[in-house]
Ligand binder design. Structure first.
Ligand code: COA
Length: 151
């Protein structure tokens, strides 16, 4: 795999449009919804986003993390949690994901945290392999349920 230099930078206000675009590659939801979340998160101290920029200043991936009050499988409370990670399919397998997670880890370490949590869908085997490669250990598997209470 060809090596690729990327710059990992914490988002600033000017990046908000790019950030919304990146989120929409990973998650469903309207542009409006993501724009509102991004505006909200930008003002929060307990939230971080890093974007990976290529040499042409194109965004090729992002990572997001928050400080959660607690997280399944983690020992400490509160605890930093990797909320999102995405790399442009054209540039996968070049350690961009690893760098994006590393930036989140450094942010958490600077704040005095000693562990970080994360999750991935049970079916997302690539994400499981990536987490293992980044040093995460699987803790538990969960199935979410929902019941409508509208009667
Ligand atoms: C998961 C993801 C972020 C990994 O990004 P990446 O930049 O390709 O990852 P890296 O290059 O840092 O690879 C790290 C490790 O992941 C594993 N990995 C990456 N791609 C893989 C693949 N297609 N199959 C199996 N393992 C893979 C490897 O173990 C790799 O380590 P190695 O290169 O030392 O063998 C990327 O595949 C992605 O964006 N997927 C879609 C979104 C997603 O699933 N996000 C995670 C949600 S929890």
């Amino acid at each position: 795999m060809e090596k690729m230099d990327v710059l990992i930078k914490r988002v600033v206000t000017q990046d908000q449009g790019t950030w919304v675009g990146l989120r929409r590659k990973l998650w469903s939801g309207s542009k409006k919804m993501h724009a509102a979340e991004v505006r909200d998160f930008s003002s929060k101290r307990n939230f971080i986003c890093f974007i990976a920029w290529d040499e042409d200043k194109k965004a090729v991936g992002f990572s997001e993390a928050s400080i959660r009050p607690f997280a399944n499988g983690c020992k400490e409370r509160p605890v930093p949690f990797l909320e999102g990670l995405w790399v442009d399919p054209r540039f996968r397998g070049r350690k961009i994901g690893k760098k994006l997670v590393g930036a989140v880890e450094n942010w958490a370490i600077k704040r005095g945290f000693r562990e970080i949590g994360s999750d991935a869908l049970i079916s997302n085997k690539v994400a499981h392999c990536a987490h293992t490669a980044y040093g995460f250990k699987e803790t538990e598997r969960v199935v979410y349920f929902r019941k409508s209470l509208i009667r």
